[in-house]
Design a protein around this ligand. Structure first.
Ligand code: PHE
Length: 501
């Protein structure tokens, strides 16, 4: 019988009496496990080998579990300290016992919550008692923990479950395949196997020499289980950012670039944000202790100052609050990429721009927010603006509809809003595919006179800032953006999420 080389090798190594795992066959044939797996499946389809599958589960300690395996479970340390302090006779002040136990940080709470559950004693109005009959040497969880540490098997499923839910062990499962020769396999071997020189890829040499006519090509088995391949891949946030750029370029936009740390002038003052606006206090911005920015266009600084102090136009009215140039030159991490829009619209970035113009950026912004499922301290903002004669809110809405439709999002809602720099202003909402909730996905509006005049623009400019992470939530159904990036990112989710194109 003629077989491809890897199949011939596996068949010759397999035994009719002793089942061998894929790993062992791989070792003995000197081939990769995935090659052996492929060969085994083909041989099985030919009836030459039998494959038996079983699931093997393994249990490993987590870092926390390892710590407790060495130092003892927190509740047991608490019990020993309590007994040491005489709490088995009368209630003792909690603080004293905790001090004596050496527990600190989160371990204290862990100790307290397990102490009562396991019947080591009680905790009442700041005092602790220890049950003299409790015996930490009989603690089933402690015993199971050291068994895992020693590589022994834990037979009590409930205790194991408990260790798992306490985050002290990690359980994993894998499929183990064992291979034996069938009678047909043995017969084939006795009749003789010839290893065919097979070719697994067509090369220019095969083509030019004409050899391709005579060689035997390997067949692909796309159904065979292969070893899991975990190479690097582009993060879905980056993939989506790239796609957003493609879409916007397709809609006629050009990309803006500029500093992450910028003068407050570009981040706020150009946007007619009063210097005493609450968002400009140290609570909300990430100020940097670096020298102020000197290189600001003087004439523009002057026009922005006048707009703030006196307003713009005949009936203009300013903020009637002081305006300081030093304040405007101070450097902070940008809280929005509208700073880039200001640099471009003012002519500072690429020179004076004649309408019509369209620009965008997909860049990081930084905010001192409280972390929650929809907020991070930094996120990617999809900034954009269109400068043209006679723009209206309809143009703005139409642009959003066109943009989001490319990502399969058609149910958009608009809500009137307030920004110091746009009038009218709209917040944009989309429906979460899993929860059905309306979530805010962006903010937008028509830049007001007080912004445009000092910049030297006398036509209309509509503009927006959309959150890339929120777009991702609508596309993929994520409910917590902390799963997607940051220190709590869910690696499994990132590995397994299918790319939507
Ligand atoms: N800067 C706004 C934000 O970060 C977005 C925006 C940009 C709104 C331009 C209107 C115009 O929320």
């Amino acid at each position: 019988m003629r077989l491809p080389q890897s199949q011939a090798a596996v068949l010759e190594t397999a035994s009719a009496t002793e089942a061998q795992t894929i790993e062992r066959l791989a070792e003995e044939t000197g081939r990769k496990p995935e090659t052996v797996t492929g060969a085994v499946f083909d041989l099985r389809d030919e009836g030459l080998v039998a494959v038996e599958e079983r699931t093997e589960s393994s249990v490993d300690l987590t870092d926390e579990g390892r710590t407790y395996a060495e130092e003892g479970l927190p509740e047991i340390r608490l019990y020993r300290a309590a007994v040491g302090a005489g709490a088995d006779e009368e209630p003792v002040q909690m603080g004293r016992v905790i001090g004596a136990s050496g527990l600190d940080g989160p371990q204290v709470n862990i100790a307290l919550s397990n102490y009562a559950r396991k019947g080591y004693g009680r905790i009442e109005s700041g005092e602790i008692t220890a049950d003299p009959d409790a015996d930490p040497d009989e603690d089933a969880e402690a015993a199971a923990l050291s068994a895992v540490a020693e590589g022994e098997e834990v037979t009590d499923a409930t205790v194991l479950e408990r260790l798992d839910s306490r985050g002290l062990v990690e359980r994993s499962e894998r499929t183990v395949r064992s291979v034996t020769l069938t009678d047909e396999g043995v017969t084939a071997l006795m009749e003789g196997i010839e290893a065919a020189e097979t070719v697994d890829r067509l090369t220019p040499e095969l083509l030019t020499s004409g050899e391709w006519r005579d060689v035997e090509f390997t067949e692909y088995n796309v159904e065979a289980d292969a070893a899991e391949y975990r190479g690097g891949k582009v993060h879905i946030l980056r993939q989506t950012a790239d796609r957003v750029k493609d879409v916007l370029v397709g809609m006629g936009f050009k990309e803006m670039a500029g500093p992450h740390a910028d003068a407050d002038f570009w981040i706020n003052d150009c946007l007619f944000m009063p210097q005493d606006h609450p968002a400009r206090t140290h609570w909300d911005r990430f100020a940097l202790e670096v020298p102020p920015i000197h290189d600001l266009p003087e004439a523009l600084v002057e026009r922005v100052r006048t707009a703030h102090l006196e307003g713009v136009g005949d009936d203009g009215d300013g903020y009637h609050s002081p305006w300081s140039e030093d304040f405007a030159r101070a450097v902070a991490l940008r809280g929005h990429t509208t700073s880039l829009s200001m640099r471009y619209l003012s002519g500072h970035a690429v020179g004076e721009l004649e309408p019509p113009q369209r620009y965008f950026s997909v860049e990081k912004v930084y905010r001192n927010d409280t972390l929650d499922p929809t907020h991070l301290l930094e996120f990617f903002q999809i900034e954009g603006w269109v400068m043209a004669e006679d723009l209206s809110v309809r143009d703005l809405m139409g642009t959003f509809e066109e943009f989001y439709r490319q990502f399969g999002i058609t149910d958009l809602r608009f809500k009137p809003h307030y920004n110091p720099y746009t009038e009218p202003s709209f917040e944009l909402f989309g429906r979460h595919p899993e929860t059905g909730e309306l979530i805010e996905i962006g903010n937008s509006g028509m830049f007001r006179e007080e912004v445009l005049r000092p910049l030297g623009i006398d036509c209309d400019v509509m503009a927006w800032g959309l959150a890339l992470e929120r777009l991702l939530m609508l596309m993929y159904g994520f409910e917590d953006i902390r799963d997607v990036h940051g220190t709590l990112a869910d690696l499994e989710l990132l590995r397994e999420t299918e790319v939507i194109r």
